[in-house]
Design a protein around this ligand. Sequence first.
Ligand code: GSH
Length: 205
Amino acid sequence: MRLFLANMAPYPPRVTLYVNEKRITLDRQEVDLHGMEHRSPSFLAKNPAGKVPVLELDNGGYLPESGAIIEYLEELYPAPSMIGRTAEERAQVRATNGIAGEVFTILSQILMHTSPVALQIHPGFIQLPDVGIALQPMLDQLLDQLEQRIGDDEFLAGATPTIADCTLFALMEAVYTGFGYELPERCGHLRAWYERFRSRPSVTM
Ligand SMILES: N[C@@H](CCC(=O)N[C@@H](CS)C(=O)NCC(=O)O)C(=O)O
């Protein structure tokens, strides 16, 4: 198998974090987004959406979408489990993972509509600051849910790392690096988790 990725967050790092945590050996191939390689006919044949990551399978097929790639690899390499060992554990991990994904969707819209950095990245983007104001309560509620779910646990969904940690860490790292966004002060458990996760070998390797 070969993982096509690029030096752009958050979706490729979401998968590489997972692969590093699991210590799965995969060929990795960089796609040159600045050189528009992802719009070339040969890449569009792998993923018509023109996005990374994409996993090339041993049977010659291609699998897009970071979440689907992670769940596919988890089925191939179930141990150590990063999605939960029982039906209930898996459901809880998927719930946390889903909330983390929603955080990113809402937060990226807020930042796009309110941050001056967004205009540097996407010149000409029409910012509607009211969108940011309208979405803020939704973001607050999602973060409060995650803060409550992690509680005193070491990881987002319990005592061991799961796919939810890979999702939220990749997303938070992207908004911190790109926009300087930090988790709010009131999310003490999440802020401590972020600092702890940052020093894991899967992040630093
Ligand atoms: N939903 C997709 C999103 C993939 C995505 O948006 N990847 C970005 C890099 S982080 C990309 O390839 N952007 C290139 C483009 O949209 O032109 C996933 O989860 O993999």
